[in-house]
Write a protein that binds this ligand. Structure first.
Ligand code: APR
Length: 249
């Protein structure tokens, strides 16, 4: 690491240690756990056109088709373990630096890493829900074997993961908690999101408007990089947190 990078890492580590930190995460933080992102050449949406697979209307019209994509998604989740980035965020919470993780992810890896305060903006794959009677079922692998798709035991209607499809509103409480958090945080660490899916994508802009410093980690530039980011680390989340560990202990 050159001297300039070292100084920058130290500055960022000192900022984090002052507390009042919130993390905003996207699919990129779980890439090193083996879960592909949504966008880009290896992304889920390059294999499954979101117009055909990710809208609530499509699920209602053709659940069998959408469950083909969902099965693949769940298989990636089942083998995935939290990586260093998830673990360090959990440690920051324990040390009192980090107030919460706001995530767009549905893979539960922040919770598996030990994070306690996790705001899930796009729901979670950890349970299935009947759109008719609203009964919820904790997700178990067995559901992936059911053809053409798992059904509600009460009304025999297709079960849908409790994740937010395009065309569905975000969970109201999570969204309002997220806005409160970014309005009052001193530092927002933005990790692995392209920043193009709204309303979640508003959060870093809101943080910046409220005076927070924006630290961004992403091997590619995002919608935020050249507009609001104060410290940009153009690298994988795992690499960033490995380097940071030399400065914050
Ligand atoms: N570390 C950090 N960032 C990474 C890594 C890595 N190892 N690998 C890839 N990235 C970055 C990519 O450069 C990209 O900017 O992660 C980002 C992933 O972007 P998207 O695939 O668009 O994921 P995300 O921003 O979370 O998508 C938002 O879109 O379809 C929806 O509901 C879905 O929650 C999702 C939302």
């Amino acid at each position: 690491m050159d001297k300039i990078k070292q100084d920058l890492m130290k500055e960022v580590a000192d900022l984090i240690k002052q507390g009042g930190v919130v993390a905003f995460t996207g699919a990129g933080i779980s890439v090193e756990s083996g879960i592909p992102p949504f966008r880009g050449a290896k992304g889920l949406w390059s294999k499954y056109n979101p117009e055909e697979y990710a809208y609530i209307e499509t699920f209602l019209r053709n659940p069998e088709k959408v469950w083909i994509m969902l099965r693949e998604m769940y298989r990636c989740f089942s083998e995935a373990k939290p990586n260093l980035a998830h673990l360090v965020l959990a440690e920051f919470e324990t040390k009192g630096y980090l107030e919460a993780v706001i995530t767009q992810n549905i893979d539960s890896l922040h919770q598996k890493a030990g994070s306690k305060k996790v705001i899930e903006l796009h729901g979670s794959g950890d349970r299935l829900v009947c759109l008719d009677c609203k009964k919820e079922y904790p997700f178990i692998e067995e559901y992936l074997k059911l053809t053409p798709y798992p059904k509600c035991e009460r009304c025999n209607k297709p079960l849908k993961p409790a994740i937010v499809f395009f065309g569905e509103p975000l969970p109201e409480k999570a969204l309002s908690q997220a806005f409160e958090l970014v309005k009052s945080c001193k530092v927002l660490i933005v990790i692995g999101t392209s920043g193009v899916v709204y309303p979640a994508a508003y959060l870093p802009y809101e943080a910046k408007r409220s005076g927070a410093k924006i630290i961004e980690i992403n091997p590619e530039e995002s919608a935020y990089t050249n507009s609001i980011t104060d410290y940009f680390f153009k690298e994988k989340a795992g690499e960033f947190f490995k380097n940071l560990s030399f400065f914050y202990n």
